[in-house]
Write a protein that binds this ligand. Structure first.
Ligand SMILES: Cc1cc2nc3c(=O)[nH]c(=O)nc-3n(C[C@H](O)[C@H](O)[C@H](O)COP(=O)(O)OP(=O)(O)OC[C@H]3O[C@@H](n4cnc5c(N)ncnc54)[C@H](O)[C@@H]3O)c2cc1C
Length: 465
């Protein structure tokens, strides 16, 4: 069976729906293919909740929105990406995300996306808009369908067709029980990452990672990335790196969503041997939660406990599913956990002794350090001595992998000779070279929306040329 379109978009997360909407509103005839059934559409985006936005240059006031942190600039955003990735992020992609984020969020708002500007947790240092990812996907798809977009669910992209001039001529997909050829001049890949494949987790992260919990969609198995590489796309970025977050130890194996436990930066994190192993107060939560998940997964039994006292627990935020253990003394708390009680008690005593607190401020890096410890604690080091005591059982859950295919700032896919493949564009988590080692919270959605919109503009220019 053959169907004809100007442009075919693969995937209906925020990158795909942004691409679909933008291409349709620019007058293209667009099909969007989504591997999941309609009720599971939305990829990882459906589980997400915040966009990082350069609030200093983003005006949402006509819609009644004010940023909680109003002075975050594109330069701040750019620096956060470069700093968090230890200088490895491709600077031109980072610059494009930082500079285009404001107009992209204004454009989404214009199309009916709703925001909540109240920060969900303390410790954020950037301009953020908060949202219900599932609702965002629904709102943008509806706007795109109103512009004529056709959406095909349970449609898995399998092969990209090119002619003798290496130009894209179409895409073959499994649609229901048929193999369908979508003839088109432009393909936009927005198929997310490879992290939901146990085979790829073991391949890229090592033994044991096939067993790691997957926070997002089960459908992000990287088969469309393989398809793109087969069509000549260059595989780039940090394939062995990933956003792995601190999550509830009892979170579901897949599609648990947030399962967040915030507030660890105000206490200590102990492994089952009773030892500390990270600088809990190294930075704001938004700048550490995406890497500490892996540190926890690397600990014995892939587990750890966040320990807080009553005073610090006021700043914790846990979305479940489990409840923390609570006890009047540290000894009774540890006795209730699967932990080396004696070492845990000694570690907590040494921590309390090493604290030399000044004024506590949970909203900024407050400089209260416990520098004599190994590892040290760089901020919010206050003795935990206000009963009762709380223990949150946590593990590491994968959010998304950092490898992907290469694009330039116009979202054109580059081949392994670094030349654009005519008619082939990509956006979001299926692309590489933006994130390495760590991640500034809220940048995944922003990156995917920015490049989804950019990919559509480039694809429409290309098919009209
Ligand atoms: C629990 C959780 C919370 C998160 N919270 C945040 C947050 O608050 N802020 C933030 O910035 N980021 C967050 N992220 C990361 C964020 O979700 C991603 O960076 C972003 O959604 C990527 O968008 P995307 O469109 O590239 O991919 P996705 O939203 O994952 O969409 C990819 C789509 O492609 C489809 N697909 C895959 N293969 C094929 C194929 N062969 N054919 C057709 N379709 C295919 C998938 O089914 C999926 O629907 C979170 C992620 C998770 C899992």
């Amino acid at each position: 069976m053959i169907r004809e379109y100007n442009i075919v978009v693969v995937g209906c997360g925020i990158a795909g729906v942004s691409a679909g909407l933008r291409a349709a509103e620019l007058g293209a005839d667009v099909a969007l293919l989504e591997k999941a059934p309609k009720k599971h559409r939305g990829g990882h985006t459906q589980y997400s909740e915040s966009f990082r936005v350069p609030s200093a240059v983003t005006d949402l006031s006509e819609y009644g929105y004010e940023f909680a942190v109003p002075d975050y600039t594109p330069d701040d955003f750019y620096s956060d990406i470069i700093d968090r990735t230890n200088g490895h992020a491709d600077s031109s992609l980072a610059r494009a995300v930082a500079d285009r984020a404001g107009p992209t969020v204004e454009w989404l708002t214009d199309h009916g996306v709703d925001w909540d500007m109240e920060p969900l947790a303390v410790g954020y240092v950037a301009g953020r808009t908060w949202c219900d990812g599932d609702e965002v996907v629904g709102t943008v798809i509806e706007a795109a369908e109103n512009q004529g977009l056709d959406v095909f669910y349970e449609a898995a992209a399998r092969e990209i067709r090119k002619d003798d001039n290496l130009q894209v001529t179409g895409l073959v997909a499994d649609l229901d029980d048929e193999r369908v050829t979508f003839e088109c001049d432009g393909v936009i890949l927005a198929s997310g990452g490879y992290e939901s494949s146990p085979e790829k987790r073991a391949r890229y992260y090592g033994a044991g990672y096939d067993d790691m919990k997957v926070r997002g969609s089960r459908y992000n198995t990287g088969d469309a990335i393989d398809m793109a590489v087969e069509a000549g796309a260059n595989a780039v970025g940090q394939w062995s790196g990933a956003h792995m977050a601190i999550i509830d130890a009892e979170a579901p194996d897949v599609e648990g969503g947030a399962n967040r436990v915030d507030g660890y930066q105000y206490g200590v994190i102990l492994n089952v041997e009773g030892e500390r192993f990270v600088d809990e107060g190294e930075d704001a939560r938004a700048h550490t939660y995406a890497k500490f998940g892996q540190e926890i997964f690397e600990q014995p039994e892939h587990r750890a406990y966040i320990i807080l006292d009553e005073r610090m627990n006021e700043h914790a935020r846990a979305t479940g599913p489990s409840e923390p253990s609570v006890a009047p003394t540290p000894q009774e708390l540890f006795a209730d956990l699967d932990i080396d009680t004696q070492t845990a008690t000694e570690t907590l005593t040494a921590y309390n002794d090493a604290c030399d607190p000044g004024e506590f401020d949970p909203e900024v890096l407050d400089g209260n350090e416990a520098s004599t410890l190994l590892p040290p604690k760089s901020n919010w080091a206050l003795p935990l001595e206000d009963p009762p005591y709380y223990a949150y059982a946590v593990t590491g859950g994968i959010t998304f992998g950092f490898g992907g295919i290469e694009i330039d700032t116009s979202a054109a896919v580059l081949d392994s000779r670094e030349r654009p493949i005519p008619g082939f564009f990509a956006a979001g988590n299926c692309t590489g070279e933006l994130f390495y080692d760590n991640y500034p919270g809220g940048t995944g959605l922003t990156n995917a929306a920015v490049f989804g919109k950019t990919a559509a503009e480039s694809a429409v220019d290309y098919v009209n040329s």
